[in-house]
Design a binder for this molecule. Structure first.
Ligand code: NDP
Ligand code: MG
Length: 386
């Protein structure tokens, strides 16, 4: 069997690290063709030294010089946003793992779609910003989307194995996204204006990058996932429901018209959905211990608290309104989360900023990647002028 050659975009992040662990558990079937890093140069140097990929993407020329000085071979080193696109389009890559955080991941994810790649998609913001364009590119260029986000991966695994993302689902009643509720779900009295970045990033069930950890605490993550689900599974927002499930054992469910619910269960370790995406439709070792059903105890479910955590409702409004609204939602949320992490914005103001942005918005047509990126820039300018 020829191994799958992987372009790992966002190798220095949390998903990148988990992906490398899965590849380490499957050295005969999966190899690292290329990796990208951005600010964490030391981490990138360690990855490149260990995996010796043929190609590496770094932020700029000085990072390239530092990388080449620190390693003992000569990979092809590319720089900046164009370098990420080059890795995504690389004819020597069979599968692209899209694991860059935020809007920065959009152009390379789109390039992978246009190059007809198999794409293990973690970068949900790319679909939030450009869902229709992305799904059109996937279909037109014969690309394959394999969801990595645990909820969407669970739904994908609960569908027939020949299901391709973007198709409608036969016999579907609705999709259920499960939601842990974040670190503040059990503290109804807690003053959310006083939450610190360290508290917001201490997720009860998952270990993740900072931005998605904050999104999970505000429930904006579930809002972005709602938009992601609409595009991946070709359903309107009112066919996607969210249910609190604090144990995070059931990773989401498909409800069919005959009353059947089909779901995927597993440990809260991203190596499981990553392994499923890397090998689909085959199965490989994820490197994760199996779920111990005897130790699980109880699984519980409840409705989310929309008043305390308005972000989910705001996202639902955005996807119902237009693609343009989704771009603004994503951009303003990214800016607000960065401000919160820097200590410049109170936790409960993150959703307020998104609310404020959408309230002031009239829609505009989005028919190209350039239009998406321009709308993203406009939203960020609006935010910085607040
Ligand atoms: P991290 O912050 O841990 O990693 C982000 C990666 O993107 C790093 O490799 C980082 O490089 C790189 N990066 C950040 N900004 C840029 C930029 N401007 N240009 C190029 N590269 C950049 O994030 P996660 O791994 O947690 O998340 C990655 C994506 O996966 C996100 O879209 C997230 O929503 C999604 N996701 C993550 C899950 C998780 O469990 N972590 C679960 C489901 C989805 P560097 O570190 O070198 O600066
Ligand atoms: Mg998720």
């Amino acid at each position: 069997m020829t191994p799958t050659r992987i372009a790992l975009l966002g190798a220095t992040g949390s998903i990148g690290e988990s992906t490398l662990r899965v590849i380490a558990a499957n050295p005969d079937s999966h190899v690292v063709q290329s990796v990208s890093g951005f600010r964490r140069l030391d981490a990138l140097i360690a990855i490149v030294s260990r995996w010796r990929p043929a190609r590496v993407a770094v932020a700029d020329d000085s990072a390239r010089d530092a990388l080449l000085a620190a390693i003992d071979y000569q990979p092809d080193v590319v720089t900046g946003p164009d370098g990420l696109v080059a890795l995504a389009e690389d004819p020597d890559a069979d599968l692209v793992v899209a694991a860059i955080m935020g809007a920065a991941g959009l152009p390379s994810t789109m390039a992978a779609a246009r190059a007809g790649k198999r794409i293990a998609l973690a970068n949900k913001e790319a679909l939030v910003m450009a869902g229709t364009l992305m799904m059109d590119a996937v279909e037109h260029h014969g690309a394959t989307l394999l969801p990595v986000d645990s909820e969407h991966n669970a739904i994908f695994q609960s569908l027939p194995t020949d299901y391709r993302c973007g198709q409608s689902i036969a016999g579907l009643s609705q999709l259920w996204l499960t939601c842990s509720g974040g670190p503040f779900r059990d503290e109804p009295q807690r003053d959310l204006s006083a939450v610190t970045p360290a508290e917001a990033c201490a997720h009860p069930n998952w270990s993740m990058g900072q931005k998605i950890s904050v999104d999970s605490a505000t429930l904006m993550n579930k809002g972005l996932e709602l938009i992601e689900a609409c595009h991946l599974f070709n359903v309107p927002a009112d066919q996607v429901r969210v249910v609190l499930h604090p144990q995070s054992v059931i990773h989401s469910l498909v409800e069919y018209t005959d009353g059947s619910f089909i779901s995927q269960l597993g440990r809260t370790d991203m190596q499981v959905p990553i392994a499923s995406a890397l090998a689909h439709p085959a199965r490989i070792d994820s490197g994760v211990a199996p779920l111990n059903l005897m130790e699980l105890g109880q699984l519980s479910f409840a409705a989310p608290d929309d008043e305390r955590f308005p972000a989910l409702g705001i996202a639902r409004e955005a996807v119902t309104a237009s693609q343009y609204h989704c771009i603004w939602l994503n951009a303003v949320n990214e800016c607000a989360v960065a401000d919160f992490l820097a200590g410049d914005l109170a936790f409960d103001r993150i959703a307020d900023r998104a609310r404020q942005a959408l309230d002031s918005l009239t829609t505009s047509p989005i028919d190209s990647l350039e239009a998406v990126l321009e709308a993203d820039r406009n939203a960020r300018r609006w935010y910085s002028e607040l």
